[in-house]
Design a protein around this ligand. Structure first.
Ligand SMILES: Nc1ncnc2c1ncn2[C@@H]1O[C@H](COP(=O)(O)OP(=O)(O)OP(=O)(O)O)[C@@H](O)[C@H]1O
Length: 239
């Protein structure tokens, strides 16, 4: 599995630096990304997916720059957004599933055939012509995941994949993801969700606050979150 190397990586928008000086090599098969709201986690996934270019520094997946080499990046990286409605572009299930393959250069008819095969393999052949808007949130997330898996990327980037799912849907998706051979880089808010990871990256205000095995990073993260929670409570309790 190719390492994802960040060297002094920064990303800024006018008036604001969102990520600053990130130097880290991600090489585990299960990587967790943790940090407070607004710490830059989603921004980092977008950079790794090659959707935006770094403002400075370097990001490589193996030897590939995912921003400048889009075709290679599609084969290497798939990103599952937090909200499937931000990901879905097409009116029907089969068109949505086929889109990534056509982006990779497959003819439309072959891509649609692969899409229908994938649905049939999951016992959902009857979904092919269904309008995407008729699906539930969990079903849309499943669709987005399948659309990415059809492209067979080496790495999946998952932005809080369990947010807004009911418990049985979460358990099913968790089982599905756990069984995947791909590398998963998963954003989570609860440290418990990342215990089984090979490595955890903790971002704070756009910088690396911790990186290493979960038994080192997560206790420090939890202690800091508890400290901040207590501080907020103290401030809120002020007369
Ligand atoms: N295009 C943009 N222009 C301006 N600010 C942005 C832009 N994208 C993100 N931000 C800001 O950058 C910061 C980091 O955002 P990001 O979504 O990466 O955080 P996050 O760690 O994923 O947060 P959350 O846990 O709340 O999803 C936030 O303050 C956000 O408002």
């Amino acid at each position: 599995m190719e390492p994802i190397c960040l060297s002094d990586l920064s990303y800024a928008v006018p008036g604001k630096t969102l990520l600053q000086g990130l130097t880290v090599t991600l090489s585990g098969r299960r990587v967790g990304l943790i940090g407070r709201n607004g710490s830059g986690k989603t921004t980092l996934l977008r950079l790794i997916a090659g959707l935006v270019a770094p403002s400075s520094g370097r990001l490589r997946i193996g030897a590939t720059d995912p921003f400048t080499d889009r075709k290679a990046a599609l084969a290497k990286i798939g990103i599952l957004f937090q909200n499937p409605d931000h990901q879905i572009l097409f009116p029907t299930v089969e068109e949505e599933l086929a889109f990534g393959l056509t982006q990779m250069g497959h003819p439309q008819h072959a891509a649609l055939a692969r899409a229908r095969d994938a649905l049939a393999a999951h016992g959902r052949a009857d979904w092919a012509k269904a309008a995407v808007w008729t699906l539930s949130h969990g079903q849309k997330q499943w669709l987005c995941l399948q659309a990415i898996l059809l492209m067979q990327p080496e790495t999946l980037l998952l932005d809080e994949p369990f947010a807004a799912l009911d418990l049985p849907t979460e358990i099913r998706l968790r089982r599905h993801l756990d069984a995947l051979p791909q590398r998963l880089i998963t954003i989570a808010h609860r440290p418990d969700d990342l215990i089984g990871c090979d490595e955890v990256l903790w971002l704070d205000q756009g910088r690396v606050q911790g990186f290493g095995p979960p038994d080192q990073v997560l206790p420090a993260f939890s202690a800091e979150m508890a400290r901040l929670g207590a501080e907020d409570m103290g401030a809120a309790d002020e007369p």
